[in-house]
Design a protein around this ligand. Structure first.
Ligand code: FAD
Ligand code: FES
Length: 373
């Protein structure tokens, strides 16, 4: 079997022909960050600096996915530093209604976990299978040390998300593992274009707030989209960005767009992109794919965080718990004021509406979803 030199962040490892870059790294004691190992999460994004690899259809500019790309000769690759994967435990400390099907869940960890803005975590509410969720920040751009803020859509039939506010309430135990993902804020000088669809706003808001804190010299374009206007739960964060001097802040809705909300999809309002732009997109896979395509055509760098449905099998314990669990009744947590209307004119206090969490159908335990991870 032919053996080659693979240089990873300056360290040379011996690599066999046909091994993936992740495998080659691991056999040389260099862990390239990875999660799904199936070409979907993009955690293993690496830059090919010299030499050749078989990109296995994953090449974008000079990057490839290291869990798919294979060694075919000598090569040098680099990846950005990310915090090491760690496990932490904590408790749910709050659940607040944001829209009729989106809630904000706050978790306080015993020990903080390190992650870069835009990365995601594997989150396991006790008694349920783990789900990938993107930690974000509060509407004023902050989060307390050890505090994780999540925006979670409650999918009809969803095994975990329907239980939030029902079985999963304040005081519920949580374990998190991570961080993962490559759609995190990087240093640079060119304009940043941020697009979040639905709860894809969570990682995008985290990146936006960090960009305003740490890279104020960069122009920012921010687009938040929702299918209907009620889903634009991020109004206060958009106002925060406008107040902070970001000129291009756009909210879109396909249905019910009035009062400053533009009708249509985020892709209808993308600025004309060029090689100097860095694009971050998160949320529904069709939106992510469309933005990736537009970025590719314009030779813009694009970091993507598609919210793919998961296919994680239930553990034995989780299956027993699911059988014991009664169907969800209409839950009531103490809600914070909900944000359920159009963005108000800049600087005006928003109307607050107290809402309880409406019931969604409870899920039957499922093993996996074909064609997804
Ligand atoms: C990297 C990553 C980050 C994510 N971050 C977030 C986040 O911050 N906030 C958030 O709300 N979700 C996020 N998700 C989605 C999340 O991991 C779960 O898929 C979602 O919460 C549904 O889990 P469930 O157990 O309720 O539904 P499941 O029991 O897994 O699925 C039930 C049904 O709901 C539908 N469904 C489930 N998930 C999706 C989906 N993602 N898109 C469309 N339909 C779906 C499907 O029809 C499915 O049959 C993320 C996913 C990924 C991969
Ligand atoms: S680990 Fe390579 S795409 Fe997920």
């Amino acid at each position: 079997m032919s053996s080659f030199d693979l240089v990873i962040n300056g360290k040379t490892v011996k690599a066999n022909y046909g091994e993936t870059l992740v495998e080659a790294g691991l056999s040389g004691w260099v862990a390239i960050p990875h999660d799904c190992n199936s070409g979907q999460c993009e955690t293993c994004l690496v830059n090919v600096v010299s030499g050749q690899v078989d990109d296995f259809g994953t090449a974008e500019k000079n990057t490839v996915l290291a869990c798919q790309a294979k060694v075919i000769g000598n090569a040098a690759i680099t990846f950005d530093h990310v915090p090491d994967v760690a496990k932490r435990s904590g408790l749910v400390t709050g659940i607040a209604v944001l829209t009729s099907d989106i809630v904000e869940v706050t978790v306080m960890l015993g020990t903080p976990i390190d992650f870069r803005p835009g990365q995601y975590l594997s989150v396991k509410f006790a008694g349920f299978p783990a789900r990938e969720l993107s930690p974000t920040v509060r509407p004023d751009g902050t989060a307390a040390p050890g505090e994780l803020v999540f925006h979670i859509r409650r999918y009809p039939g969803g095994l975990v998300s329907t239980q939030i506010g029902a079985t999963i309430r304040a005081g519920h135990r949580v374990q998190v593992r991570g961080p993962f993902g490559s759609a995190f804020l990087r240093d640079g000088d060119g304009p940043i274009v941020l697009i979040g669809g639905g709860t894809g706003w969570a990682p995008i808001w985290s990146v936006a707030a960090a960009a305003r804190r740490e890279q104020r010299h960069r122009d920012l374009v921010v687009i938040a989209g929702s299918r209907d206007a009620e889903g634009l739960y991020m109004r206060r964060s958009l106002e925060w960005l406008i107040d902070d001097g970001v000129r291009e802040v756009i909210a879109t809705a396909e249905v019910g767009a009035v009062n400053g909300v533009r009708r249509g999809r985020p892709t209808h309002y993308l600025p004309s992109l060029g090689p100097e732009d860095t694009v971050y997109v998160a949320g529904p896979p069709p939106l992510v794919d469309a933005v990736k395509m537009k970025s590719r055509l314009a030779a813009a760098r694009c970091y993507a965080d598609p919210f793919l449905p998961n296919a994680q099998p239930l553990s034995f314990i989780d299956r027993v718990m699911a059988m014991l669990r009664r169907p969800a009744a209409a839950p009531v947590e103490t809600p914070r004021p909900a944000v359920a209307t159009m963005p108000a004119p800049r600087g005006r206090p928003q109307p607050a509406t107290a809402t309880t969490i409406p019931p969604l159908p409870a899920a039957a335990p499922r093993r996996s979803q074909a064609g997804s991870r």
